[in-house]
Design a binder for this molecule. Structure first.
Ligand code: NAD
Length: 258
């Protein structure tokens, strides 16, 4: 039977790539996120053609626990359960701590960290009932190391790794694995948007942000591709990964080796 997969924040970037990879394997997928309605529908229809599974869109806002609950309920009602949960939705804000807008801090923590708690608390009973499940949290190299001006993002991503480990221990005997993926810089809309802000904060050109800030620590001097992250999610959801739990896989071109 086709697996049931929920990917938060999958109307763009890494999440869309992960949803595409699962859809191509024939999974039933719920995609989620913001954007233009026609573009989302086009993406949904394109994914559905890939592997023969059903692909649904749910508009849950990851800052709203009741909408997150409805997202998981929709997956359960449509596909019977949730086999794979991918917590991926994210935004970024770059500013000095003393100038960091309080509402931005709250929004980043809600979307990047608390939403994973809410998806998990609604999904775990379904996975326990099924006696199996895979939870994959898209964290970041910033879950392991810090950069200046990204306090909320770094704090939330470090939190995601803590949540990953705690959940893995709670769920280890129920056939459910919980892991994180820690990408370095991937050229997605999220990264494109922070280039001007980082250039402003550091007083350097936008090109210098790419080469001297983003790729400075990526030893390969290359951006990570969306598909490389997506295929890691496919691996973590495979049978071969059944003893991998409570840990992370870095895909950061050697950044965190330094
Ligand atoms: P992106 O901007 O391309 O996609 C983000 C997705 O999250 C979109 O679908 C957007 O609509 C959705 N989203 C934003 N706010 C939401 C909300 N309140 N409710 C529901 N959905 C919401 O960004 P991306 O680069 O693909 O990032 C995806 C994840 O990967 C994020 O968690 C990010 O932190 C992480 N990540 C990205 C990079 C990178 O270099 N791009 C590196 C490491 C980790």
């Amino acid at each position: 039977m086709a697996r049931s997969v929920v990917v938060t924040g999958s109307t763009s970037g890494i999440g869309l790539g992960i949803a595409r990879a699962f859809a191509a394997e024939g999974a039933n997928v719920v995609i989620n996120g913001f954007g233009n309605g026609q573009e989302i529908e086009a993406a949904r229809a394109e994914l559905e053609k890939l592997g023969g599974g059903t692909v649904l869109y749910h508009s849950a806002d990851m800052t709203k626990p009741d909408e997150i609950e409805d997202l998981i309920r929709t997956a359960e009602q449509s596909f019977g359960t949730v086999d794979v949960l991918v917590n991926n939705a994210g935004i970024q804000h770059v500013a000095k701590i003393e100038e960091f807008p309080v509402e931005k801090w709250d929004q980043l923590i809600a979307i990047l960290l608390s939403s994973a708690f809410h998806t998990m608390r609604n999904t775990i009973p379904l996975m326990k009932k099924a006696g199996k499940g895979r939870i994959i949290n898209v964290a970041s190299a910033h879950g392991l190391v810090a950069s200046p001006f990204k306090s909320a993002y770094v704090a939330a991503k470090h939190g995601v790794l803590g949540l990953t480990k705690s959940a893995a221990l709670e769920l280890a005997e129920f056939g459910i694995t919980v892991n994180a993926i820690c990408p370095g810089y991937v050229l997605t809309p999220l990264v494109e948007k922070q280039i001007p802000a980082t250039a402003r904060e550091r007083g350097i050109s936008e090109e210098a942000v790419k080469t001297d800030v983003m790729l400075r620590l990526q030893a390969t001097k290359q951006f990570v591709s969306i598909d490389e992250v997506a295929q890691t999610a496919i691996f973590l959801a495979s049978d071969a990964a059944r003893q991998i739990t409570g840990t992370h896989i870095s895909i950061d071109g050697g950044w965190t080796a330094q």
